[in-house]
Each structure stands twice: as structure tokens, then as C-alpha cells.
Write a protein that binds this ligand. Structure first.
Ligand SMILES: Cc1cc2nc3c(=O)[nH]c(=O)nc-3n(C[C@H](O)[C@H](O)[C@H](O)COP(=O)(O)OP(=O)(O)OC[C@H]3O[C@@H](n4cnc5c(N)ncnc54)[C@H](O)[C@@H]3O)c2cc1C
Length: 477
């Protein structure tokens, strides 16, 4: 193994170049600092480059244009009510207050177009803002800006292995690439390595609520390996709510990577019903977020279910994965291949045959579909059993019929390393560890647990960007 020592003139070293690390590097470089960034993969972007980039912003100009009345106070009330007692209220309020200027206007000034606003569970008004081109375009624009700044040294393909202690403080990082290692020293080190939802070991360890489930699929970004947890643990950092893993109930195994443990998010199937292994419905399928939807799924035998729909609904199926999308457009032939080839999908020309292929009770499945169809045909506003709103929903009528196997999909870490309001990492005694900062998902997006235990949605990308900016500022002292 060869060892090199680094440029000794860095003021800040940033580990990880997702939205948080990149924002941190930009902020520090704009303030004149010499920044070295260490990224394990071959390019910038991290999780956001494959994400929606949807962002919770209260009181934006776009909301106003659409006639949506919103405010920081209203959003903060929703945030606290939804996230429960462990919400970091100070961080949440700071984020919500800053989001209009820093994120809505700030990203617009870099070329981002905010194109629509959507509702999500827990929000009294729609406030999830969609950027055109998703997270990929936002990250490309941020990267373009970062590249124009002097003072940033880019180290791609280098994986941080250890935080280096210098005279009783953290003063650098040891990184490795293949057989080579390098030590990068700086008076401030920012850990922005993202979450751990691409680590089977960490997801298994930290999802006790899913113990009864057959499996939990990995759905974080591919760089979300959880390295930051080990780096920070080794220097005595304090963690909070690591078990607040935000899981969605609509994951299905990625059959093209059968040994990876990874899942695909199945969306767009409004005309579906969910049935458990007995063939019975168990939930209002419109409540498909990480709170009610996942609780309902985990309460079923083996914590799994089937999504059942017909050919008409299949035409709208979206698989939220880069292989199946160009921008926001679905690559239809690939979805057809998925429906045809995945061993986790069943299809049949009758419901009886489908029940046999799913190995569920034929009578139960037939009743579940018939009850739903009857309620829709009668023009009911909601289904009488689980109160799913029915307006505009299609009945399940047109063969072939499909069933897609659903498991919980671990997507985001709402908990992480604890920091103070300056992103300084705290030890077990609540004391800042000198020289050490953390931002983004490794810090539960900001501070350790800005969301508490449930997310309003759009509350990962924005807060990760925000805490990156704060870290970039604070790291300069
Ligand atoms: C499919 C998907 C869709 C999503 N959609 C949304 C959305 O619409 N809205 C929203 O708010 N949130 C969304 N999220 C969550 C959000 O994108 C992330 O929480 C956010 O991007 C995290 O940013 P980050 O910079 O903290 O971490 P990341 O973007 O994960 O970046 C961490 C970086 O650190 C690097 N790294 C890791 N370990 C090391 C190491 N040892 N050495 C060097 N580098 C290392 C990784 O390679 C990676 O590039 C989504 C997540 C997923 C998976």
C-alpha cells in the first residue's frame, strides 16, 4: 500500500459530495476558503442525482401563484405534529424560515425551474415543490457553479477510512483508493457522507420495527453505505434516532440485481388495491407514505403484501428508478419487461388464476376486487371499509390482471449524528468535538433529527442542502 500526504493548505476538508457536501464546499469556497473534497464515487451528485429533489418550502411565490396560502408558522406546526416529540424544533424552524430565500430563490438563480407543488400526508396544504429535471438537474447546476469557484480541490474515487486526530482535535482524514492511501489535513473536517440505506447490515440493525417482516429492501442512494456512522463512532460522536429509518410500503425487489438486496419503488398505480397473504385488503391505499402505509404493511403476516391492478392501470405504472425513467418520463417498454420478467410479479387473464399464482385465497381476492368495483360503480366518495377516496379511480376490470409483491423499502435516515446549530458534532456529553462538523443525511439531514420520526416529504433534500451551507460557514470559524 502506498501512502501520500495531501496538500497541507486546505482550510476545510469535506467528505462526500451529495447535495450537502457540495453546498458546504460552495459556501466555504465562496467565503475564500481552500477546500478539499473527498468523494468515494467517480462523480458528484450523491443520492440527490437519482432523486426527485422535491422540496418542502412554505410560502413560496409559486404557491402564491397557485392560490395556496402557506406560512412558516403553519408548516412548523405540521412538522412538529407529524414528526412527534423528537423533532428538533430549532433546526426545523431555521430551515423553514430560510427555505424560501436559500432554496426556492437561490436555486432559481442558478437556473432551477420550480414547476409544480404537490400535497403529501401530514401537510395541511401542498408544499412539496418539484424542480424540473429532478435532483439530477439541480445537482448538475450546483456542480457547474462549484466548478467555477477557485480554491476547491476535487478528490474523486477516494474513500474516507478514518478521521485523523491532531493534538486532541479532529484535524484531517485518511482516505484510500485501491492500494493507495492519503492523509488530508485541515483544521475543519465536515462529514457529509449521507445515510445508510444501502447497507444491509445497518438497515437490519436499525429497523427493529420491521423484525417480523420477511425482508426490508434497500432503497437509499448507492453511495448511502453508512461509512459516516463508523467514522464518527470511532471518535466518540453521539447518535440519535438511528432507528428512525423512513421506509415506504411500495418496494419490490429489483430482479435485475437479485443479490443486492435493493428494491424498486412502485408508483402511479392509483387503481390498485393491496391485499395480504390471505388475499384480504387491509388499508386505505391512498395513504401510502412512510407513516400510515408502512405501519399497515408491517402489521400484515410477514410484513408483506401484493399490489393488485388491471391492464388499464398497468399502463400508468411508474418505477421510480433511473433504469425506467428519462427525466420524469417513463420508459414504457422497460416497465413492460419488468411486468413480464420479474419473479416478484404475477399476471393472469382471470382473477381466479391470479389468486392461484399469488397463492392466496381465491374467494378473498375475488371479494376484495368485487367490493372495490361495486363501490366505484355506485359512485361512492370512499370505500366503506377503509375509507379510501374513490373519486376518479378506475375499477379493476380489464385483463390481464397483475399482482406485484410489496415489501418495505428503506429510503431515508431521519436520525443520525448529533450536532449543535453550527453543525459541530457533539460527543456523548453534548460537548462539541473540536474540528469536526457533520451535515446532511448522516446528521438526520440537520442536527441529528430535524424531522423527528416522520417526514412531511421534501424534508430531506432541502434540509441537507441547508445544513451543508451552515457547516460550510461554521467550519471557517
Ligand atoms: C430514490 C430517492 C428519491 C428521493 N427523493 C427525494 C425527494 O424528492 N425529496 C427529498 O427531500 N428527499 C429525497 N430523497 C432523499 C434525499 O435525496 C437525500 O436525503 C439527500 O440527497 C442526502 O444528501 P446528502 O448530501 O446528505 O447525502 P448523499 O447525497 O447520499 O451523499 C453522500 C455522498 O458521500 C459519499 N460517501 C459516502 N461514504 C463516503 C466515504 N467514506 N468517503 C467519501 N465519500 C463517501 C457518497 O458516495 C455520496 O456521494 C430521495 C432519496 C432517494 C434514494
Amino acid at each position: 500500500m502506498s501512502a501520500t500526504s495531501s496538500d497541507p493548505r486546505a482550510d476545510v476538508v469535506v467528505i462526500g459530495l451529495g447535495v450537502s457536501g457540495l453546498s458546504c464546499a460552495i459556501e466555504a469556497a465562496e467565503r475564500g476558503a481552500r477546500v478539499t473534497v473527498v468523494e468515494a464515487s467517480t462523480g458528484p451528485g450523491g443520492t440527490a442525482a437519482g432523486a426527485g429533489g422535491g422540496t418542502c418550502i412554505p410560502g413560496s411565490a409559486l404557491q402564491a401563484r397557485l392560490g395556496i396560502e402557506d406560512s412558516v408558522d403553519l408548516a412548523l406546526e405540521d412538522w412538529i405534529a407529524w414528526g412527534g416529540g423528537s423533532v428538533d424544533v430549532e433546526w426545523a424552524e431555521r430551515y423553514l424560515t430560510a427555505s424560501g430565500g436559500l432554496i426556492f430563490d437561490g436555486l432559481a438563480a442558478r437556473g432551477v425551474r420550480w414547476i409544480s407543488v404537490h400535497p403529501h400526508e401530514g401537510n395541511r396544504v401542498p408544499r412539496w415543490h418539484r424542480p424540473q429535471g429532478g435532483g439530477k438537474r439541480v445537482m448538475a447546476l450546483l456542480n457547474e457553479h462549484a466548478r467555477s469557484l477557485p480554491g476547491i480541490t476535487w478528490l474523486y474515487g477516494w474513500r474516507a477510512r478514518e478521521l485523523v486526530r491532531v493534538g486532541g482535535r479532529v484535524g484531517g482524514v485518511l482516505a484510500a483508493r485501491g492500494d493507495s492511501t492519503t492523509e488530508i489535513l485541515a483544521p475543519a473536517v465536515v462529514v457529509a457522507t449521507g445515510g445508510f440505506n444501502n447497507s444491509a447490515a445497518l438497515v437490519t440493525r436499525h429497523t427493529p420495527r420491521a423484525r417480523g417482516a420477511e425482508r426490508v429492501l434497500l432503497g437509499g442512494g448507492t453511495g448511502a453505505t453508512g461509512d459516516g456512522v463508523a467514522l464518527l463512532e470511532a471518535v466518540g460522536a453521539q447518535f440519535t434516532e438511528l432507528d428512525a429509518v423512513w421506509m415506504y410500503p411500495y418496494g419490490t425487489p429489483d430482479h435485475l440485481q437479485p443479490d443486492s438486496g435493493r428494491g424498486l419503488a412502485v408508483r402511479g398505480v392509483d387503481g390498485e388495491i393491496w391485499v395480504n397473504d390471505d388475499g384480504n385488503r387491509f388499508h386505505d391505499e391512498s395513504l401510502r407514505g412512510g407513516a400510515a402505509g408502512t405501519d399497515a404493511l408491517l402489521a400484515q403476516p410477514r410484513g408483506r403484501a401484493w399490489s393488485v391492478f388491471d391492464a388499464a392501470t398497468a399502463a400508468h405504472l411508474v418505477i421510480a428508478d433511473p433504469r425506467y425513467l428519462v427525466g420524469n418520463e417513463t420508459i414504457r417498454p422497460r416497465v413492460q419487461e419488468f411486468l413480464r420478467d420479474s419473479p416478484h410479479v404475477r399476471s393472469a387473464s382471470s382473477l381466479g388464476e391470479l389468486a392461484a399464482a399469488m397463492d392466496v385465497d381465491r374467494g378473498n381476492l375475488a371479494s376484495a376486487v368485487a367490493d372495490m368495483n361495486r363501490a366505484i360503480a355506485a359512485g361512492l366518495a370512499e370505500d366503506p371499509v377503509f375509507h379510501k377516496p374513490l373519486r376518479g379511480l378506475p375499477a379493476i376490470l380489464e385483463p390481464p390482471f397483475y399482482a406485484v409483491r410489496l415489501h418495505p423499502l428503506a429510503r431515508k435516515n431521519l436520525g443520525g449524528v448529533r450536532t449543535d446549530l453550527d453543525c459541530r458534532v457533539l460527543d456523548e456529553g453534548d460537548r462539541p468535538i473540536d474540528g469536526l462538523y457533520a451535515s446532511g443525511e448522516v446528521a438526520g439531514m440537520a442536527g441529528g433529527r430535524i424531522n423527528g420520526r416522520a417526514a412531511l416529504e421534501g424534508t430531506a433534500f432541502g434540509p441537507s442542502l441547508f445544513s451543508g451551507v451552515i457547516a460550510g460557514r461554521s467550519a471557517l470559524g
